[in-house]
Design a protein around this ligand. Sequence first.
Ligand SMILES: [Mg+2]
Length: 168
Amino acid sequence: MDGVIADFFGCLSRQYSVSNWKKLLDPKDKTQFKKHVTDDVYGSDFFSNIKKFEDTDNLIKLVNKYSKNGYTLLTKPFPGDEKHTQKQKIIWVEKHLIDLPPKKIIFENNKEKWATKKNGDMNISNILIDDLNLNCENFQNKGGISIRYQSGIDTLEYVENKLKQINF
Ligand SMILES: [Mg+2]
């Protein structure tokens, strides 16, 4: 979701007037944001107000076209404010993905848990589109197929070509 269809990092950078969102990470623990950021974001409506990317609607159309039974949103809740961000992200989806809503939203810290699905005795690979290399690698190591896509950097043509190469 964030970095793919919702401009989380851009919104965060603009809110705090920094050139790169990484400047908002806690220097002592880079997996966490600085306290003044979490103080603002926790419990707030920040996540439901994140802007869409220019390509978001077309990416959703594309994904929907290639997923015969609809697509699923797999997203990680904001650490430390999990329950609240889940509600906020649902509001975002209801606001922004009206035309082609996901068939399901899964909140998950370890995306690779969803790398495959059972179909009878067979394990079928799921396809992940994610902006983080690590998520893509972990997903693939567990038998899934991943397409790394960073909105604003990668093109939709690139995603479509990757999807075409996959044998559904
Ligand atoms: Mg992301």
